[in-house]
Design a protein around this ligand. Structure first.
Ligand code: 13P
Length: 303
């Protein structure tokens, strides 16, 4: 057996011994997606983490995703195989910043995108993901809504719902870097292709797309779109699950491929080590967890 095969065999053995499940985001390395029990978008992963029957959850994603698992599963062990796997968008907001904004808008309900730290969720009324942000905002009747921390998603939701939102000025640097020029180039190269974009992209990029969807929402868009070629405007890791599901279709990404370095930090060796040592664990202090849980549970009920 070569080194990789030994690692894979150890993961299989440890997964059973530890009564563990491996959850992976759609942007993870192909070899991680291929060993996962479930691969999905943030909403799908949060739902899975809240319903899964296991003692240990190995979260192959970034820190805020593992935190959601810890928020909904205080009695289970949540592991993040590399604690450096963060999210620059989540880092754009702090609880203090949100508290200051709330003081300026005391009537407002706060909707916080899941790409945020647990202590910011704890200051929020609702969480949302790209998969249900529109439904969450539509479900709120308050006179004012603060939307944090992604300005591009906020503007998209504002446009679709017609509700005026007070929007935090954060963004995902990977999606925000996708430019109109990059999309125009791909459209010129593949004029017959369907264009699907993630709502973390800029407004002018979304305007060029045929459809806007969360990462897992893209599967349905591709299925219903009936085209053999698809231009995909999100992190390029999405190419793996799309090609696996639709082997006869071709997927194109901007030439300068959008890549999230944090999403690529988790390797098979780190998953193996994590299962063996039951570390590193992600936990959330109980007072923060209980407040954040309310916002997360509202999110899980909608959309
Ligand atoms: P999805 O919930 O659509 O998978 O998006 C997660 C994310 O972090 C996008 O950058």
């Amino acid at each position: 057996m070569n080194g990789d095969e030994v690692v894979l065999e150890n993961i299989e053995r440890l997964r059973v011994e530890r009564k563990a499940v491996i959850l992976a985001h759609n942007y993870q390395r192909p070899e991680i997606q291929d060993i996962a029990d479930f691969v999905g978008d943030s909403l799908g992963l949060a739902r899975k983490a809240s319903s899964v029957d296991a003692e240990v959850i190995v979260f192959c994603g970034v820190h805020f995703m593992a935190e959601i698992s810890a928020i909904v599963n205080p009695d289970r062990i949540t592991l993040l195989p590399d604690t450096d796997a963060g999210c620059p968008l989540a880092d754009t907001i702090t609880p203090q910043g949100l508290i200051t904004l709330k003081k300026l808008h005391p009537q407002a309900m706060v909707v916080t995108y899941v790409n945020s730290p647990a202590n910011v969720k704890a200051e929020s009324d609702y969480c949302c993901t790209s998969g249900n942000a529109v439904e969450v905002v539509k479900a709120i009747e308050a006179p004012e809504i603060i939307f944090t921390p992604d300005r591009n998603l906020g503007r998209y939701v504002q446009k679709v719902t017609g509700r005026e939102l007070i929007i935090w000025e954060g963004c995902c640097p990977i999606h925000d870097k996708i430019s109109v020029e990059m999309v125009v180039e791909q459209k010129r190269l593949h004029p017959e292709a369907l264009v699907v974009a993630h709502p973390e992209c800029r407004e002018e990029v979304l305007d060029l797309a045929d459809e806007v969807a969360s990462t897992s929402g893209m599967f349905k868009v591709v299925e219903d779109g009936g085209r053999d070629e698809v231009i995909v405007l999100t992190e390029a890791g999405m190419g793996h699950p799309l090609s696996k599901r639709f082997p006869d279709k071709q997927f194109f990404f901007p030439r300068e491929e959008p890549l999230c370095p944090d999403m690529k930090l988790i390797t098979l060796e780190k998953v193996e080590r994590s299962l063996r040592d039951l570390a590193p664990r992600v936990t959330v202090p109980e007072d923060i967890r209980l407040n954040a849980l309310l916002a997360v549970e509202r999110m899980l009920e909608i959309g």
